[in-house]
Design a protein around this ligand. Structure first.
Ligand code: NAI
Length: 211
């Protein structure tokens, strides 16, 4: 199924559908109406119908959605029907927290190595990972079929590291450094910024004060 012309706004909602559908599956729910889905997800029923119509015949009048089929299809659209090999660069506060979290692996994203530039960090262990010298980053990416780099270093070094990763053949960067990385158009960068999320929280709290 081609999904090239699905809007980014829809794509951004898909992980949420996927997560709620997984939860329904784990509770043995086999089908669900757009109205029921709306009640648990918080999008309107018409939004849900419109979103899911993008992917063809899952909803049926009077039946609702087949939870398992929809979950599987959204997983495929999100590229979750395969595994990803990731490395993490920057084993500081954030890098350690992400390395210690096992949920990404369960979702199909396996960290296979952790790198740092600080000689005092190299050789220390986080879970099963011995922190590796980032001088070996490019060789490692070349030799180990790495799909994704998780960048957790200060913003000053981030573009340089991104350039090395791109040169070594990385396909995707999960970037936590507060900088817009410049990469060729065939490399995907997904930025994560918790501070921006906090700003959304403060905005919504401010709006709510009047009520
Ligand atoms: P930290 O100082 O604890 O850790 C940074 C680590 O990166 C250090 O171990 C350092 O030796 C290593 N490093 C520095 N340059 C390197 C390079 N060129 N190659 C390899 N390793 C290198 O910092 P912390 O608190 O873990 O933050 C890391 C980054 O994540 C910062 O850019 C920070 O702004 C960002 N951050 C982003 C968040 C987000 O929501 N996007 C949340 C928290 C932090």
């Amino acid at each position: 199924m081609g999904n090239k012309n699905i809007s980014m706004a829809v794509i951004r909602r898909l992980p949420k559908y996927y997560r709620y559908l997984a939860d329904l599956l784990s509770r043995d729910v086999q089908r669900i109406s757009s109205k029921e889905l709306s009640e648990i997800i918080g999008f309107t029923a018409s939004q849900i119908r419109q979103d899911l119509n993008n992917f063809g015949g899952f909803g049926q009048q009077g039946y609702g959605y087949n939870v398992e089929a929809l979950h599987k299809e959204i997983g495929k659209i999100l590229g979750l029907d395969r595994k990803y090999r990731a490395i993490l660069i920057g084993a500081g506060n954030l890098g350690q927290a992400l390395t210690n979290y096992t949920g990404f692996r369960n979702a199909g994203f396996e960290t296979i190595a952790v790198f740092d530039a600080n000689p005092k960090m190299i050789g220390l262990k986080i879970r099963d990972f011995e922190i590796m010298d980032s001088d070996h980053l490019e060789d490692f990416v070349r030799e180990n079929n790495v799909d994704i780099a998780i960048v957790c270093i200060p913003k000053n070094g981030a573009q340089g590291v991104a350039d090395k990763l791109v040169g070594a053949g990385i396909k995707g960067i999960w970037n936590f450094a507060p900088i817009d990385l410049e990469v060729p158009s065939n490399i995907i960068v997904e930025n994560v910024n918790l501070t921006e999320s906090l700003f959304t929280l403060s905005y919504l709290m401010k709006e709510n004060e009047g009520n």
